[in-house]
Design a protein around this ligand. Structure first.
Ligand code: APR
Ligand code: PHB
Length: 390
């Protein structure tokens, strides 16, 4: 097989890149190690920055999001029992946010790829990237047969555990990592969500009320890393969630059976640079953010925005300027979001080694945020998403 761009991974980054390249007339093949059913069964975050909404719309996958996504102006933070503030991005950053689940986005992207008649090669094994500094190729096996794709570029969109990042020699890259001493225990339930997205910094730990659609709610509580799901039947989860919110919010939470329950550890990670030879990394293949602030999917979308533009300029205009600057441009936004989600994680969680001084400092920062318009504007600008570079 032969193509211009071999895309490894059919998560949001790989599918969106395929879609955008196709719209620009750039030939590509997507390889995915899992089945389509497995890819579509993953439950991930669901808050989109306005820049992401615009990228999805201009990629021709905005129809269902426009109809079913929930526009919201504000995300609330509650702390110390009765204190409450709103990060109103429409007022302080001139743009709303959109609640629309990553699972839906992936479904919409699959539908668009199907409509374009572009098959995705699923359940591939033994993916190996070759000659990334000269004339790249990718080998893999499918149904026991070894296949080979000759290509001009490889896009590594294969997530944190993929092969792409590790195909870069360790001497050619640098890793930055922070592991947090807790996780999020999350559930999905077919119950109407509360009106807003609300974060709680409570003495029992962080909690979050979020949503996917009018009949699908997403809730989280901070948990110890050694938490066992078997110890968390639904009743215990609801009780703990409600105990972390003031009563006016707790009383409005509508409970019901969970349809999914899982624990996610929190980690910040960046690998630099995001390019080596003719390999370009995008999304979780290059970086992980803790879920606080819901930046992971948004970063995958912004990487793809830059990468699709760079490849299109190269193939359609013989201009490699954006390819040369891809890593630097993408990393500026990555670090913006990595710093913001690290900061929001520190602000909202209880840490095992936190003393009385640290707690007062956290309260002071929340108090300052609720009283200083300058600080509120800065936080909302980052929460709503920093602009893309032209
Ligand atoms: N070959 C082919 N595909 C692979 C390989 C491989 N060797 N290894 C992994 N994959 C696939 C995975 O099965 C997965 O479907 O690559 C895909 C990567 O998708 P994601 O992990 O969803 O990563 P990305 O597309 O970058 O999306 C980032 O996902 O994890 C969230 O918070 C993150 O919301 C963000 C988004
Ligand atoms: C989610 O809905 O999953 C979500 C919302 C806001 C966050 C993180 C996750 O900050």
């Amino acid at each position: 097989m032969k193509t211009q761009v071999a895309i490894i991974g059919a998560g949001p980054a790989g599918l969106l890149l395929s879609q955008r390249l196709d719209l620009e007339g750039v030939d590509n093949i997507v390889l995915e190690s899992q089945s389509r059913e497995h890819v579509l069964s993953r439950i991930r975050a669901g808050v989109l920055e306005w820049g992401s909404v615009e990228v999805l719309r201009e990629s021709g996958v905005g129809d269902r999001m426009n109809a079913e996504g929930h526009l919201h102006d504000g995300t609330d933070i509650v702390w110390s029992g009765t204190n409450r503030l709103t990060l109103n991005t429409r007022v302080y950053a001139d743009r709303p946010m959109m609640a629309y689940g990553q699972t839906n986005i992936t479904e919409d992207l699959y539908a668009a790829r199907d409509a374009a008649g572009q098959p995705i090669v699923h359940e591939v094994e033994e993916v190996v990237l070759h000659d990334l500094e000269s004339t790249p190729s990718v080998t893999f096996s499918k149904n026991g047969r070894v296949e080979r794709i000759d290509c001009e570029f490889v896009a590594g969109c294969d997530g944190f555990h993929g092969v792409s990042r590790s195909s870069i020699p360790p001497t050619q890259r640098r890793e930055f990592e922070k592991v947090y001493p807790f996780g999020w225990l999350g559930i999905l339930s077919e119950t109407p969500p509360i009106d807003e997205i609300v974060y709680a910094n409570s003495e029992r730990g962080f909690a979050l009320c979020s949503q996917r659609n009018p009949m699908l709610s997403r809730y989280y509580v901070q948990c110890a890393l050694d938490t066992n799901l078997d110890d968390w039947p639904d009743d215990r989860f609801w009780e703990e969630l409600k105990a972390r919110f003031p009563s006016e919010i707790a009383d409005s939470i509508i409970t019901g059976p969970s349809i999914e329950k899982s624990i996610a550890p929190l980690r910040s990670y960046v690998s630099e640079p995001m390019r080596w030879g003719r390999l370009f990394l995008a999304g979780d293949a290059a970086h992980i953010v803790p879920p606080t602030g819901a930046k992971g999917l948004n970063l995958a979308i912004s990487d793809v925005f830059y990468l699709a533009r760079a490849l299109s300029r190269f193939f359609n205009h013989h201009d490699d300027r954006y390819l040369e600057s891809y890593s630097d441009m993408a990393l500026r936004r990555v670090w913006g979001a990595a710093r913001f989600s690290w900061w929001l994680t520190l602000l909202l969680h209880r840490f095992p080694d936190q003393g009385p001084f640290d707690l007062r400092a956290q309260e002071q920062e929340l108090d300052y945020l609720s009283t200083s318009e300058a600080y509120m504007r800065s936080v909302c600008e980052q929460y709503a998403g920093l602009p893309f570079e032209s």
